[in-house]
Design a protein around this ligand. Sequence first.
Ligand code: SF4
Ligand code: SF4
Length: 334
Amino acid sequence: MIVAIASGKGGTGKTTVATCLARLLARRLGAVQLLDCDVEAPNCHILLQAQPVPHAEVQLPVPVVDSATCNACGACVEACQMNALAKIRDRVFVAEELCHGCGACSDVCAEGAITERARTIGRIARVVDHGIELIEGRLNVGQPAGAPVIRAVRRTSRESADDRNLTIIDSPPGTSCSMVAAVREVDHLLLVTDPTPFGLHDLKLADQTATELGLSRAVIVNRCDVTGPCHAKDGDLRDYCRRQSLEIVAEIPDRRGIAEAHATGQCLPRLVAELHSRGEGSAENAPGEADDAQKTAIAPLAQAMEAVADWVVGRLQKEPSRWSASSPESEPRP
Ligand code: SF4
Ligand code: SF4
């Protein structure tokens, strides 16, 4: 089963949820896979305190125009939806940074004047840590298109042979092509939001995108108890979820200690898993680096994550996975 963690905007706590969930479920299930598809800023490895090692480069096929064969008909320029080709007088020029490697230009060239060369745009890295197989995509600096790297992460996921039956995806924020590439054909989408007007607005956008993709959706509310002039009325978010039949799987209270644990370099996923293993978020029993105040602050996060883990395991036991339906052949070019 594939569960994606997404959000309409950045800063909702999506990666914290994804990594804590992976750590909890790795304990329960023995092995899980975590795909870091936030390729412009992959940071699951930081939260997990794991060190991925380079696995593969991600390359795009970009066109090379043979000016001796080209008759300057302009068909390739017409075909390119990315404005990556320009005809100036009798020559065709390629803006490689804009090219998405779709191959449309070479398909329409009747003269056979277009060949392709591979251009490196990112890389895949991988590590196995505490039962989590982390596969990370990273877009090279200056490259505009993250979707091909995300598709490469998901291909690597399918090719990886181990005994896990659950994959968790940390999606990029927003509702762009990158988000769609990350959540496409997943079994469930968990949308992380916060109770602010901005959070609600972008939750609606993400929900609409997921609906267009035909995905099963549910919601996690982070910083659920924050109030003030910059926050939405408590009922707004709940009303929207009720109207859209969106289940709120868990609510994470706002606790300064959670941010402090991040800021002091503690491994939140490990602390959450340890709190759970000592008994349902019992702050007193958590070992490790956190002091008592931090343990108390982290306990509500551990309890909320436990609720999310229960929700995922419940679905894993009840539902057939669409895993095998996502064959590599069903995907478009890189
Ligand atoms: S379609 Fe082929 S022949 Fe026509 S302009 Fe493009 S490269 Fe040249
Ligand atoms: S491969 Fe696609 S995006 Fe790139 S130049 Fe050709 S038509 Fe445009």
